[in-house]
Ligand binder design. Structure first.
Ligand code: MD6
Ligand code: FE
Length: 202
């Protein structure tokens, strides 16, 4: 991988830690149900369903576009607290960046994917974005700072952590597809990816 600041940490969470995190997420999902984000302008729905925990959550709809807000777009309730396990992971890998304010929960049913994108809705672009994968394997694709730059793919498995910092912070990346039923962690086919972000300048 050409970009410095890209780190793939396979098996960062063992099975027991994955099960604990899954249980914490079940509590999050109970108070903050999955919603279907919609692309700005086109109004096209994402194939991935989402929710958030932490002080801020990432949302998108036709009128307002991509943004962070303290409340759930459907229920209007504030987001549930970020499980402590996630802040512990952040502290271990985020190289001293200020505490994460947002955890975006992405739920992939079989067939869902995420097009190439750059995470740049945050004010603080010096902090890395850290992700944790749970459930089925997925092909993650990462390129460079320009959409046309060459890409390579990385297999993300349950328990893997990714860090996009440094030059990789603004790299294009996405999910080509998930590989249904390659993990039994979730008790159903599908994949969860959690992305932890620092949003505001400290
Ligand atoms: C996913 N991940 O793994 C999509 N973004 O489902 C991301 O979009 C992502 O894994 C920033 C940093 C790490 C990531
Ligand atoms: Fe991303």
């Amino acid at each position: 991988m050409a970009l410095s600041g890209f780190r793939h940490l396979p098996g960062f969470l063992d099975r027991q830690a994955q099960m604990r995190l899954k249980a914490a997420l079940d509590d999050v999902l109970e108070v903050a149900p999955l919603f279907v984000p919609v692309m700005p302008r086109s109004g096209r729905p994402f194939s991935v369903r989402m929710t958030n925990c932490g002080d801020l959550g990432w949302v998108s709809d036709k009128a307002g576009g991509y943004r962070y807000q303290p409340t759930h777009p459907d229920t209007g309730a504030t987001w549930p607290a970020m499980p402590r396990q996630l802040t512990t992971i952040w502290k271990a890998v985020a190289d001293g960046a200020p505490a994460p304010e947002a955890c975006l929960v992405n739920w992939y049913a079989p067939g869902a994917k995420m097009g190439l994108h750059v995470d740049r809705d945050e004010e603080d672009l010096s902090a890395p974005v850290v992700s944790v994968s749970l459930g089925d394997d997925a092909w993650f694709r990462i390129g460079g700072r320009k959409r046309g730059d060459p890409t390579e793919k990385v297999l993300l498995r349950s328990g893997d952590v990714l860090v996009l910092g440094g030059d990789a912070r603004l790299a294009f990346h996405g999910i080509d597809r998930i590989l249904p039923r390659t993990s039994d962690l979730l008790g159903e086919a599908g994949r969860i990816n959690l992305t932890l972000r620092r949003v505001r300048l400290a």
